[in-house]
Design a protein around this ligand. Structure first.
Ligand code: AMP
Length: 282
């Protein structure tokens, strides 16, 4: 397995692979890999001749006072897992390589899709995400790039960027991988202390309850939102950042439940902010 820390050698390798007729799959990550990331990698291996996994904790997508410094990192563990899986290349650049001094370009998807949910609570976050993904696409030259449904808003924004700016690649959606008890896997789960791990189950409980109510015929968004909040309130440490029920294709507001609906939550347990969502089709 090749490990690249600079953009030009990564690009050169990808160009060569493409010239030889290989399709390239890219799995962008911030590392500290868990089974959620690995399901993206497996999907990439299944669908592409060559697979690149990028590992980069992107400073541009973290705001002031967020967990950029504390974000868990373990590059040697990550690379040894990926090597065993049969990944062809890892792209792990430094922040300086990605953002040399004087760097001042950005790519941004504007409008309500980027302003709601995490866009409202983390200003500048998605501009950091779309900029880094653009750079990763240019460095790794993928035919397919794999993203998790766990970060539903990120996925929709990247899809919109790729579509509107005519990137010559296809985004592949991968379902959320969960612990046996339903907690969505996240690199941030390691921050959960003591009772918080158990209390974090209110996220999936609230989502499932809302899904069940919708399947049972409930169409009223105010009532659904209230019952989600009620379940989250059963956890003494949970502090709601947002509860949103929106159009699952573009995050526009809904009058009532219809079509593809995204139920999305962000909840803080102490300093740990967790997100989760379910897509429901009626
Ligand atoms: P991250 O390292 O958190 O930036 O995540 C890298 C990629 O893995 C993103 O496309 C995420 O949506 C995806 N991902 C993270 N957690 C999960 C999960 N539990 N299931 C599926 N994909 C995930």
């Amino acid at each position: 397995m090749q490990i690249f820390d600079n953009i030009s050698s990564m690009q050169e390798w990808s160009l060569q692979m493409r010239k030889q007729g290989n399709s390239i799959g890219l799995v962008p990550t911030m590392g500290y890999l868990h089974e959620g990331h690995l399901s993206l990698v497996k999907e990439a291996i299944k669908n592409c001749d060559k697979v690149v996994v990028s590992i980069f904790v992107n400073p541009m997508q973290f705001g002031q006072g967020e967990d950029f410094e504390e974000y868990p990192r373990d590059l040697s563990r990550d690379t040894s897992i990926l090597e065993k899986m049969g990944v062809d290349a890892v792209f792990a650049p430094t922040a300086r390589e990605m953002y040399p001094s004087g760097f001042s370009s950005s790519v941004e998807v504007s409008g309500e899709i980027a302003e709601k949910m995490c866009g409202a609570s983390r200003p500048g976050h998605f501009k950091g995400v779309t900029t880094v993904c653009t750079k990763l696409f240019h460095a790794c030259l993928p035919d397919l790039a794999f993203y998790g449904q766990k970060d539903a808003q990120q996925l929709l924004i990247i899809e919109k960027m790729v579509r509107e700016l005519n990137f010559p690649l296809k985004i592949i959606r991968v379902p959320t991988v969960r612990e046996e008890d339903g907690l969505a896997l996240s690199s941030r789960n390691v921050y959960l202390e003591g009772a918080q791990r158990q209390e974090a189950l209110v996220l999936i409980k609230a989502l499932k309850q809302a899904q069940k109510q919708i399947r049972g015929g409930e169409r009223d968004i105010t009532r659904l939102t209230a019952s989600i909040k009620e379940i989250i309130a059963t956890s003494p440490q949970a502090e709601i950042d947002y509860v949103e029920i929106l159009n699952g294709d573009d995050l526009s507001e809904l009058e009532r439940i219809e079509g593809r609906v995204l139920i999305a939550l962000a909840v803080k347990f102490g300093n740990t902010r967790l997100i989760d969502n379910l897509l429901v089709e009626v």
